[in-house]
Structures are given as structure tokens and as C-alpha cells.
Design a protein around this ligand. Structure first.
Ligand SMILES: Nc1nc2c(ncn2[C@@H]2O[C@H](COP(=O)(O)OP(=O)(O)OP(=O)(O)O)[C@@H](O)[C@H]2O)c(=O)[nH]1
Ligand SMILES: [Mg+2]
Length: 291
């Protein structure tokens, strides 16, 4: 018997959804930072076995959208409700409520199995943990609750075992050697964006989009050229920094990660361009892969 299905991870921003998907897949497919709204897309991570294929979806954290980009991000979350065979609702220790009532109702009224993962238990003690399990079992009575630490790997294997049990009988949806639905350039974009989230403050990371215009693989090196788009001229100056030092740091750190990811030497050229109000422009958003 062969099992396969879609296991979609949803929850508030910053609870550890991407950390969990990467832990399941064993590769850094999704970028991870301590800032909310790190993930902007729905990203598939596929775990293949002889008799199973688990297609995980990492999704953006649930927020009330304030501009078009965020509205598209929430459309990715909506789509994750539509095709799930198993729903993973991730919460973190100390968190109270999902910020969106409608999404919360979708979870509590779900006809498909819901695994509620109580994450970051490495930061809590037994007493707090027991209180949280009690709280969530009352809030989401249809869910099976698992305390986990996505970061330290606690209970991750056990949850994966339960996922396999819950998956329907089905042939594989994707070729068995496929790891994700995303092209190479997407990972270049995301790696650069991760460095920007880490090194720039306030609004800057949220006003940035990356477009990798060139990706040439040669025998011993991959040559890439990417543009960092910002919304305003002042943001361009901040990204570049004094004598270009800030931009250079982004480039060096991104290149190191990309060399690990692709297992090959990388040459990365970065430049910055103003693309006015791209976050609110439907056409631009479509071009950058937000439907
Ligand atoms: N202590 C602790 N930190 C964790 C754990 N899992 C994730 N984190 C941290 O929480 C932060 C957010 O992790 P992400 O995986 O990016 O969270 P996310 O839910 O994907 O966030 P968005 O994409 O912004 O919605 C990072 O700093 C992680 O290192 C955990 O089990 N324990
Ligand atoms: Mg994420």
C-alpha cells in the first residue's frame, strides 16, 4: 500500500512553521528569522519514502492584511485549507488566540484531521506546558495535541509517524526525487531576503522584494545576478549603506549560504532598484509570484 497527501502548516506569525517544515524535510527550504512575516509564499517541502509521499506546505503567518502583498499572502493560507489531507495548526507556548476569527473557525470546524502542535516547549516548564495543553484542548477540541520543539527536534519524529498514519492511500503526486515545487531562483531570492530581514530594521525588510535576473550554472561555479527592489529612494540608500558596506555584508552572507545550498561555488552580483509601491501593485505582485 502507498500513502500520499498534503499536510499544510498554518498558524500565527513567528511560531515556528518554517522551522518545522525544514526539520521534516532535512533541508533549509524555508528561510527562518526572529521577525514576523518572514514567509511570504506557500512553499512545498516533499518527504519521500518507499511507500509514502508527504507533501508539506509552509505558509505565511496569519495576519490582518494591510496592503495587497499581505492580502496575497493570506490567499496562500486560504489555499492551504482547501487541499489539506492533514492540517497542522501550530501555536507557541504562551500564545493565546489566532488573530483571524474566520481562520480559527475553519480549524475548529475542520472535517479533516487537525494536529495542534504546541511549539517552543524548550522555553517552558512542566507546569506551564500542562496548563497550555489544557487550554488548547478546550479551544480546539477536534485536534490532537502534541507538544514539540521544532528547533531542538523534540517530538518531531513522533508527529511525522502520526502524519503517515493519517495519510490516505494514494499514489505519489510528484516524482520521488523531487524535494520542492520551487525553482532554484526562488531560493536565491529567499536567501537574500533572509539576510535583509536579519540586518535591517523596522519597515525596510517589508518593503523589499528580490528578483534573480540571471542564474547561469557553469561546470565549477553558478553565476547569479539579483536585484533588490525597494519602494523608495531613501530605502535604497539604507540598503546600500555607508560606502556600500551594508549591501556587501548581505552579499557575502547570502553567497556563503547559497554555496552550501547548491553545493557549488557561487558568484553573486547584487544591485538595488526603486520600484515604487510594488507591494500595492497587482501587476508587480503577479510578476513576483503572488497570485
Ligand atoms: N526556542 C525555540 N525557538 C524556536 C522554535 N521553533 C522556532 N523557533 C524560533 O522562532 C523564530 C521564528 O521561526 P520561524 O520558523 O521563522 O517561524 P514562522 O512561523 O515560519 O514565522 P513566519 O514565516 O514569520 O510566519 C525563529 O527565531 C526560530 O529560531 C522552538 O522550538 N524553540
Ligand atoms: Mg515562516
Amino acid at each position: 500500500m502507498h500513502k500520499a497527501g498534503f499536510v499544510n502548516i498554518i498558524g500565527n506569525p513567528n511560531v515556528g512553521k518554517s522551522t518545522l517544515m525544514n526539520a521534516f524535510v532535512g533541508e533549509k527550504l524555508s528561510i527562518i528569522t526572529s521577525k514576523a512575516q518572514t514567509t511570504r509564499h506557500r512553499i512545498l517541502g516533499i518527504v519521500n519514502g518507499d511507500d509514502f509521499q508527504v507533501i508539506l506546505s509552509d505558509t505565511p503567518g496569519i495576519i490582518k492584511p494591510a496592503y495587497e502583498l499581505q492580502a496575497s499572502m493570506m490567499d496562500f493560507v486560504k489555499s492551504a485549507f482547501d487541499d489539506a489531507d492533514v492540517l497542522i495548526y501550530m501555536v507557541e507556548i504562551g500564545e493565546q488566540e489566532l488573530k483571524d476569527e474566520a481562520f480559527f473557525k475553519k480549524i475548529t470546524n475542520s472535517k479533516i484531521p487537525v494536529l495542534l502542535l504546541l511549539n517552543k516547549i524548550d522555553k517552558s516548564d512542566q507546569e506551564q506546558l500542562e496548563a497550555q495543553v489544557q487550554l488548547w484542548s478546550e479551544k480546539v477540541p477536534n485536534a490532537e495535541i502534541y507538544p514539540i520543539s521544532a528547533l531542538e527536534g523534540f517530538n518531531v519524529k513522533e508527529v511525522f509517524g502520526r502524519i503517515i498514519e493519517l495519510l490516505p492511500e494514494s499514489p505519489a503526486y510528484y516524482p520521488k526525487d523531487q524535494l520542492t515545487d520551487r525553482p532554484e531562483r526562488f531560493f536565491v531570492n529567499e536567501t537574500i531576503r533572509e539576510k535583509i530581514l536579519i540586518h535591517y530594521k523596522k519597515e525596510i525588510p517589508y518593503a523589499v522584494e528580490i528578483d534573480t535576473e540571471e542564474f547561469f550554472e557553469e561546470e565549477n561555479i553558478i553565476r547569479m545576478r539579483s536585484v533588490i527592489m525597494v519602494e523608495r529612494e531613501t530605502q535604497k540608500g539604507i540598503i546600500i549603506g555607508h560606502k556600500g558596506a551594508a549591501l556587501k555584508r548581505v552579499g557575502v552572507e547570502a553567497r556563503k549560504d547559497l554555496e552550501l545550498f547548491f553545493g557549488k561555488q557561487v558568484h553573486l552580483e547584487l544591485y538595488v532598484k526603486v520600484n515604487k509601491n510594488w507591494r500595492s501593485d497587482q501587476k508587480q505582485l503577479k510578476r513576483f509570484g503572488y497570485n
